[in-house]
Design a protein around this ligand. Sequence first.
Ligand code: GLN
Length: 310
Amino acid sequence: MADDLTDIVADIVATMQGAQDRGRVAHYIPELAKVAPHHFGIAVATADGQMVTGGEADLRFSIQSISKVFALTLALGKVGDQLWDRVGREPSGTAFNSIVQLEHEQGIPRNPFINAGAIVVADVNLSGHQPRVAIGEMLRFLRYLAGDDDIAINEAVAASETASGFRNMALANYMRAFDNVRHPVELVLGAYFHQCAIEMSCRQLALAGRYLMLDGRHPDGGRVVSPRRARRINALMLTCGHYDASGDFAFRVGMPGKSGVGGGILAIVPGRASIAVWSPGLNASGNSQLGTLALEELSSRTGWSIFSPP
Ligand code: GLN
């Protein structure tokens, strides 16, 4: 498999570098609009400890909503299943920043991966602290998972979103009215915008995702979460990780995955691989256009779909 995987990744990089339709870089966060669309990177960490990379696998990008996976993991560690009193577990069928369902559902977001749900998760992770404490905890967690201390926040991106994140302010204020956001909205959003502004490379992200391929274990032998929790997080990534395109992603790629508007995707093949791809151009649903295509190709060439027998 080793050589095969190396060849497959090299082929994917060559295809992606020649791609014409790369989608459109996110513009609603002004700082992200400055990123050039031509980038492509991929990193595959396998369960037997290999790392296969291609393209710009070591260039850092804004992880944005991929941070929601790690924030959810931390929140479940703090409050366990009580989290589900405040956040649902159903696909939303709406865009990542949608507000419409909140009125019908009494301020309870559909799932932890749409913005509304992630804002509630950020509120849980604040647990009475200043945002910098919660953010420090998140950075420490990511550095531990990736085994790499060189992971940091891009303050310009956080400031840019703080200045322009009117929809997120609306979501947070609306949920505060239902008492489903319990800290001051500025603090919760401060924590949320900073977590989204964390920068990581594909290599670092693939390393950080390994606990989800290893049934909750850190490769160093430590336990990050229980097997049941790892499976549940993977289930949520499959059903909700790509917003209203989650069905399409499952259909095309067949892996639990979480996208971000920075153009990254983390995808997990339980027992086999933790994969990160990055290409900043997005499709109409706000997911990386080439990243999705690359994962579709990888899945088809390796047979790594959770729907195919091992
Ligand atoms: N920070 C972004 C936002 O809240 C994250 C969205 C995303 O990556 N889909 O709008």
